[in-house]
Every structure is written in C-alpha cells, then in structure tokens.
Design a protein around this ligand. Structure first.
Ligand code: SAH
Ligand code: SF4
Length: 351
C-alpha cells in the first residue's frame, strides 16, 4: 500500500508516466489532494475510471486522518484533536489561532504537528518524554495531520498560515520522514505553504541541525535549550550528553550563516531550577552577540513536579537578557486548560 500523500509531485508525475498516462494527469491528482481533500481515489472525478482502478489495483490509497476526539479552549482559539492515522496509532495535533489584536498584522492559523508517537529523549518536564518512545510517523502521517486541519479551516473560509513541528516527538530523530513531509507541504504543486512559515523545533541534535542547514530550505529553526550549561541541562534533558551546549549554539550559528534564518532558543522556565538571575546572566553571556532570539516559556504543569515561576521572576529573567542585548520574548501560552500547550501532549484522551 502506498499513500498518495506520501509522494512528492515529481514522484506523482513519474508514477503517472510509468502507468502510460500523460504528465498532466499528475496535476489532476495533486490539485484535488491539496485543495479538495478527497477521501478515496475514486473521489477524484477528473481521472478516467480505468486509471482509478489501476491505481487501486496497484495498491495506492488516500490515507486520511480520522478525528476521534476534539477539545477546544474556552476562548475557542486553540483546538486539540486526537487523530487516528492509517498506521493505527493515535496522535495529537493542535490548531492555534491568533487574531490581529493579539499579535498585530495578519491573523494566523498555526498547526502544531507531531512527528513521533512518544519521544525517546525523556526530558523530565515534558509529558511526551515521560511516556517514552512508541513509533516514528511516516511523512504521510505528518502531512495528513495538516490536511485534516486544512479541510476544517477551508470550511470556515480560512486556511493554514503557519506550521510548527512542536507536537509529540523529536523531529530530528525522524529526519527523513520529517523532511519529506516538509518538501511535500512546501512544494508549489503540493500543499504550497511558504518555507518561511514553517518552524522545526529540536532538542538540539547537532547532526540533524547540520543536515537541515544543507537542505537549501528557508525554514525556521527553534532549539530547545533550557539551560546555559551542560551540568544543569543534563538533569533536564537526560539524553543531551552527546550534544554539548557549546556545540548546539555553534550549530545554531552555522544554521543562521547558511540559511540567513534567525534561530530561536526555547527556554522552559521552571521555578527554582533554571530561573534564577544568576542563570539568566550566564545565559545572556552565552548568547550575546549571536543575533539569536530567546523564547521564554513559563513551564506548563505536566506529570512532573515542576512549577511555573512567579510573574516577577519571569520578568526579571527577561530583563536581564534584554539588558545584555539578547533579543527575548515571553511566549503567549495557548490552550493550557485543555492540555494542548507545550509539553502537555499525551494520549490522555484515550485513558
Ligand atoms: N522535541 C522537540 C519538539 C517538541 S517539544 C523539542 O523538544 O524542541 C516543543 C517545545 O515544548 C519544546 O521547546 C519543549 O521544550 C517544550 N516543552 C516541553 N514540555 C514543556 C512544558 N511542560 N512546558 C512548557 N514547554 C514545554
Ligand atoms: Fe521529546 Fe521535545 Fe519532549 Fe524532550 S521536550 S521529550 S525532545 S518532545
């Protein structure tokens, strides 16, 4: 079985030609796939009946995600779905909508996709990390999370504007499938999302960052740092040791040099752990003059015993970074009450 959502437009063209059909038949598949969201190959009415039968006989399918559960935040801006995928796993995907009043400029509909079920990195503050690793998702499973929300948005006269790889899993630990999904979703004959509207978030796997820098893509990179030194970081990200803080910063710098895209360092603030003024100063020294951006995320409650710092210590932390000339924001948290915020993604709706 091959899911048509797995194929790059060039591969779709090759398939069609190998089957003995003219090239334009590929676009007659691609256009509906990314704009009309058919649920089966026989829904693609433009194709000759014979071709539909041949595709089905050859084992091609259209693998849509099926919604099994939905939760919306009180303000309606965040929607978390539990999606059942064609590999029989259940995955969480989130839509976050930001009106112009909140961020200025155009309204945004950002989809947060998962790349794995669970995660092997075991970060102590992260709900996904605490459930352990189950499986890697295929590119078509990542694409179908986006397609599912694209269809919902289309029905409301809206569309997907941004995509972040910040759901369950570590994107760099599933590199080939992750990058295939990026190529399909950004291809102008695929889903056609602008490369600059995509951000990959990684715990800082150096080899993955280096590979991504060579892809000739204009996508954004976020590195989850959480600590300015290896000693502290090891307690929070237990599998971090092969990639030291220094190496991670260096690969971020190279990413910026190669792509021209500014790197964001994510920093989950935990009361009494990594939020002191002393640590803020150490972080400021580390990142100063790097042209990077720090995103401070006051921790969301998860299974762990970590607490969110007081508003006062968050502001002090931010002030120390800003005073040192390190560009810094505090992340607008969305969906905390429905467990859709960062680090809260887990298959708890099944329980
Ligand atoms: N594995 C990747 C991407 C998924 S996690 C990564 O770690 O970057 C997405 C973001 O959520 C990361 O910045 C992660 O550190 C953050 N996060 C995890 N648990 C969190 C929690 N409990 N509160 C706030 N942010 C959290
Ligand atoms: Fe995995 Fe990211 Fe969670 Fe760490 S923070 S366990 S890398 S999903």
């Amino acid at each position: 079985m091959t899911d048509l959502y797995r194929l790059l437009p060039e591969e779709m063209e090759k398939l069609v030609i190998d089957m003995g059909y003219p090239r334009y038949r590929a676009d007659q598949i691609l256009l509906p796939l990314y704009y009309k969201f058919p649920k089966s190959i026989s829904d693609i009415k433009q194709l000759p009946k014979k071709m539909i039968e041949e595709l089905i006989d050859a084992g091609y399918t259209i693998g849509s995600a099926k919604e099994t559960h939905r939760v919306e935040s009180d303000d309606g801006d965040t929607t978390k779905l539990l999606l059942s995928l064609t590999n029989d796993s259940s995955v969480e995907t989130v839509l976050m909508q930001y009106g112009p009043s909140k961020i200025g400029g155009h309204p945004r509909s950002t989809i947060c996709v998962s790349t794995q079920i669970g995660c092997a990195m075991g970060c102590v503050f992260c709900a996904t990390g605490q459930m352990g690793f189950e499986t890697n998702l295929k590119a078509e499973h990542i694409v179908s999370q986006v397609i599912h929300f694209a269809e919902i948005l289309q029905q409301r006269g809206e569309h997907v504007t941004n995509l972040v790889f910040m759901g369950m899993g570590e994107p760099m630990a599933n590199y080939d499938e992750m990058i295939r999904s990026v190529r399909i979703l950004t291809h102008d004959r695929g889903f056609g999302l602008g490369q600059r509207h995509i951000t990959i978030s990684t715990i800082g796997i150096k080899s993955g960052i280096e590979r991504l820098a060579e892809e000739n893509l204009q996508i954004g990179l976020a590195i989850s740092l959480h600590a300015p030194n290896n000693e502290l970081r090891k307690n929070l990200v237990p599998t971090a040791s092969p990639n030291s803080v220094e190496e991670i910063i260096e690969s971020g710098r190279n990413y910026f040099k190669k792509t021209g895209r500014r790197v964001t360092f994510e920093y989950a603030l935990m009361a009494g752990i990594n939020d002191s003024p002393k640590i803020a100063k150490e972080l400021a020294r580390l990142l100063k003059g790097n042209g990077s951006h720090v995103n401070l995320i006051p921790i969301n409650p998860t299974a762990g015993n970590f607490e969110r710092p007081s508003e006062n210590s968050v502001t002090t932390f931010e002030q120390i970074l800003s005073d040192a000339g390190v560009n810094c924001t505090i992340r607008i948290e969305k969906g905390t009450e429905i467990s859709a915020a960062c680090g809260q993604l887990r298959i708890d709706m099944l329980e």
